[in-house]
Design a protein around this ligand. Structure first.
Ligand code: 5GP
Length: 181
């Protein structure tokens, strides 16, 4: 039986959220997991929609109680996938999409070997740099950290089952949907 669990990873700024939003329009029955994070909300982000914004203590507790399917530290903050909702949706045969970074994807590969791991890659390094700098949601120091991590993530693209180039959001979304079906 197919598990219908798809992981989308890719460097910060590559456009994962835009591709996911377009994919959800094409396939609205997909359930997108909402992660817990210790980072501060960006302007416009909503608790319970974009993330569950939690304290370091609450995050520690989620780890110690085994409530996270995977978690990782990324650019100074922690991020994790609440386990129960994912398991419930999969049990109901609902396609599940996780948007997580490389270390988390590696943990999912171990704990859920049937998951399909997809990597979203930028058309070019310059494109990634200008997108990350242009969106203006991080300080120059944070951008520099994210670009350093991005280099490492791009070097790890071979780890994933499939790679999608984000040269066109609609086309990339259609490719992503093909893995959810
Ligand atoms: P951002 O701060 O830009 O929202 O997210 C930073 C990175 O953390 C992105 O690569 C994003 O995919 C990843 N991320 C978001 N939620 C999770 C999660 O639950 N687990 C892991 N491992 N990474 C996550």
């Amino acid at each position: 039986m197919a598990t219908h669990l798809v992981v989308l990873s890719g460097p910060s700024g590559v456009g994962k959220s835009s591709v996911i939003q377009a994919a959800l329009k094409e396939m609205p029955q997909t359930w997108l997991s909402v992660s817990a994070t210790t980072r501060q909300p960006r302007p416009g982000e909503v608790d319970g929609v974009n993330y569950f914004y939690v304290t370091n203590e609450a995050f520690d507790q989620m780890i110690s109680e085994g409530n996270l399917l995977e978690w990782a530290e990324f650019a100074g903050n922690r991020y994790g996938t609440p386990r129960t909702p994912v398991e419930e949706k999969l049990a109901q045969d609902v396609p599940v999409l996780l948007e997580i970074e490389l270390q988390g994807a590696k943990q999912v590969r171990k704990s859920m070997p049937d998951a399909v791991l997809v990597f979203l890659t930028p058309p070019s390094w310059n494109d990634l740099e200008s997108r990350l700098e242009g969106r203006g949601t991080e300080t120059p120091e944070e951008v520099a950290i994210r670009l350093a991590v991005a280099q490492h993530e791009l070097d790890s693209a071979d780890f994933f089952d499939y790679s999608i180039t984000n040269d066109d959001v609609a086309r990339a979304a259609t490719e992503l949907v093909s893995f959810l079906k």
